[in-house]
Design a protein around this ligand. Structure first.
Ligand SMILES: Nc1ncnc2c1ncn2[C@@H]1O[C@H](COP(=O)(O)OP(=O)(O)O)[C@@H](O)[C@H]1O
Ligand SMILES: [Mg+2]
Length: 324
């Protein structure tokens, strides 16, 4: 490695959670990863809530009523306020930009010139802050597409995608792949760092919802095509991949080892040769309780057994991928 090259482990990174579906765990992931990267791993971290509904902000004790007098993201993106004017210090190991007036900000961005309007967050927030002030910047986004979602994927081209074991999970993945990831990859190099099952609680040696999600993620060529949406020769709508693509390898590269169950392992589970593993991330009451207490789970319940899996995700973020 030459002297000027930074080790990939140390490269600062902006990360977003662009799942185009509500309720799969984006906001829980944003504040837990903020706590793990910032508090447990001692990085300089900024988390920003880009969801007008502001659940993440509420969960950290910030109330998101509309207020014309408060400086907001619009003042940074469309006026000449400094990011520092809107950054808060909740005290949980990371800095935070709460959701304030975001409906208005989104409307104002939509009136901005078309080319500029998707670049604002990168130019006015991430470029000045990433490396100089923060090693990691995380964006929590709403579950439906708007101008701020476009801004987030341009500014933070590294995605973590949580999925819950519900019937609409694969639909959410398809929407995200075809409408967002595939499209953005026509313009920039956009990485899915990890796709992560969340809120699991059922057995996987029976036909449960958990099993349906985990088996689909871990075996389907269609799922691999979602992950590679927008790359040459990939059609996420039909699930077509170029001939030289190895489905298992694509899945290895996008599903964290803690959630990777290969075809051979499914067979062994069904033959009763191995005990069915309890795949994370599990359902844990600590997440809801932490929310009620207006703290990330890393502060509310540092003993919560699921935090170790967020540490594994934090390592993936640090490395820039599962096997980089
Ligand atoms: N692993 C989990 N265990 C228990 N509850 C969870 C878990 N993940 C998410 N939840 C709950 O599910 C709901 C939706 O999660 P949230 O992070 O708000 O999703 P999103 O931001 O994608 O809409 C919240 O009430 C949250 O507390
Ligand atoms: Mg949310």
């Amino acid at each position: 490695m030459s002297e000027t090259e930074i080790s990939p482990e140390r490269e600062p990174r902006a990360v977003c959670l662009p799942m185009l579906k509500g309720g799969f765990g984006k906001s829980i992931f944003a504040n837990t990863l903020g706590g793990v990267l910032g508090e447990l791993r001692n990085h300089d971290v900024l988390v920003a809530d880009l969801d007008p509904a502001g659940h993440l902000s509420t969960g950290l004790g910030y109330y998101t009523r509309e207020d014309e007098d408060t400086l907001d993201l619009g003042d940074v993106l469309l006026e000449d306020a400094n990011p520092g004017d809107i950054i808060k210090q909740p005290g949980y190991g990371f800095d935070f930009i709460p959701s304030v007036n975001l409906e208005t900000v989104t409307e104002d961005l939509a009136r901005d010139s078309v080319m500029a309007s998707d670049m604002r967050l990168k130019q006015d927030l991430v470029d000045p802050l990433l490396s100089d002030e923060y090693e990691y910047i995380l964006f929590d986004i709403p579950g439906s597409r708007n101008k701020l979602v476009n801004n987030a994927v341009v500014a933070a081209p590294n995605a973590i995608l949580p999925l819950k074991p519900v019937p609409e999970a694969l639909n959410g993945m398809r929407e995200t792949a075809t409408k967002l990831v595939g499209e953005i990859r026509q313009h920039i190099d956009f990485e899915i760092l990890a796709v992560v099952p969340n809120d699991l609680r059922a057995r996987i040696d029976q036909q449960t919802k958990d099993r349906r999600l985990l088996e689909a993620m871990n075996t389907q060529e269609q799922f691999a095509a979602y992950l590679l949406a927008g790359r040459d020769g990939v059609d996420p709508d039909t699930g077509t991949l170029p001939e030289d693509v190895d489905v298992g390898e694509v899945l290895d590269n996008h599903i964290p080892p803690f959630a990777r169950v290969t075809a051979d392992e499914w067979a062994a589970i069904d033959e009763g040769e191995i005990d069915p593993p309890k795949i994370p991330i599990r359902h844990s009451a600590a997440f809801g309780d932490a929310y009620e207490e207006r703290k990330p789970v890393t502060t509310y319940d540092p003993e919560c057994s699921q935090i170790q899996h967020f540490e594994a995700l934090a390592e993936i973020i640090e490395r820039g991928g599962i096997y980089q």
